[in-house]
Unconditional design. Structure first.
Length: 142
């Protein structure tokens, strides 16, 4: 019977389907509502405060709806020699930023730049760790 080595030099490839976050949409709705309340409670004249508050609340709803309508993206981070890809297109300079429970994945595709924001409801803790390890395995140390 063969035994596996205790650790591996390469990481397993990472495949993920990114979807828009419902938590982010809820936060945008809440921010729009709080902006409307702030406009109503400030020293702004009432004939100006009510339309501005309505615009702020509608803006928050619009941003939340636009965020939820983003298309599903396919992310693939293979083993080291192969380039990572987003929606089947190879990307350069893959970078992962950790901001508490949020992960921001940035890349370059020629002259264009792109990014994906992973909230805790879109990527559980174990999958976040897998993504972090896969990106670090393909990164060049500085």
């Amino acid at each position: 019977m063969r035994r596996r080595p205790p650790c591996w030099n390469t990481s397993a490839p990472f495949h993920c389907e990114w979807r828009p976050s419902r938590w982010q949409a809820g936060a945008l709705r809440l921010l729009g509502l709080l902006a409307a309340v702030a406009l109503l409670n400030c020293e702004l004249q009432r004939p100006l405060a009510w339309p501005a508050a309505l615009l702020a609340a509608c803006g928050g709803l619009r941003m939340a709806r636009r965020g939820l309508r983003q298309p599903v993206r396919q992310l693939r981070v293979p083993a080291a020699p192969a380039p990572p890809s987003v929606d089947g297109i190879a990307v350069d300079a893959l970078e992962l930023l950790e901001r508490g429970p949020l992960l921001v994945l940035r890349w370059r595709e020629g002259n264009r730049r792109g990014q994906l924001l992973f909230w805790p409801d879109t990527l559980p803790r174990a999958r976040r760790r897998e993504l972090r390890l896969a990106v670090r395995a393909g990164a060049v140390s500085r």
